[in-house]
Design a protein around this ligand. Sequence first.
Ligand code: ARG
Length: 263
Amino acid sequence: MWLIALVLGLILIGCSQEKKTQEMKLVKPGVLTVGMDATYPPFEFINETTKKFEGFDVDLMKAIAERMGLKVEFKNVAWEGIIPGLIAHKYDCICSAMTITPKRAKQVNFSIPYFVASQVIVVRANDNRIHGVKDLEGKVVGVQLGTTGEFFAEKLLKEGIHFKLRRYKTTPDALMDLKEGRLDAVIIDNGIAMWMAKKCPEDYKVINERLTHELYGIAVAKDNPGLLKAINKALKEVMEDGTYEKIYEKWFGTKPNMTLLMK
Ligand code: ARG
């Protein structure tokens, strides 16, 4: 009899232990604190007049937090330290146009993908020398440090296309140097590239070639599986009930191809 009781007791303890590890931890109770490098329109940027966070990722996280019954707060962090800051629990998650890569997935957990992206080349609007990666030979190319743009540029260098690679703390810094003639091209994500070319058509032109296939995910610390689960559930709901589509249309002016995301 006591043996059965003991076994049952152990099972119960085991179950509650299981539940505990599944509970989500939050930096601030009742609030989902989101880290982002808010220099990246239309995904995340600070509105110059209102000083508020804006963008696709901002609206998406607002919708996700609402589904989770939480308030949301955004923290502006430099891209360089964004993953270490998450691991150190300075914020609960990262939503910052971050590409899911195997290397990053060793350090943090990623949500289900929420956006399809690719690297592209941006040049000055009046430049007719560069039409593809081969034309980068002998040029000066800018990327944002620690991004998939940098990783792709390094791959091209290894493959034997020779150019000078300049690494910048932010993508707008690289685009500024391109405009000023200190760079011949930048390699960045298509979303920000198209946004900038649309905003400043006299300055920038995007080369119409998708160089990579990437998916963005929301990053959560490895020791917070409960939060990851809750974010995934909310993200799925937002994708299924039309909220995602609305946010996408607001920022990109077209309907998203949901079949690319939801398989
Ligand atoms: N998608 C690229 C990457 O993950 C660039 C993201 C940069 N995001 C930002 N908010 N600065 O490496």
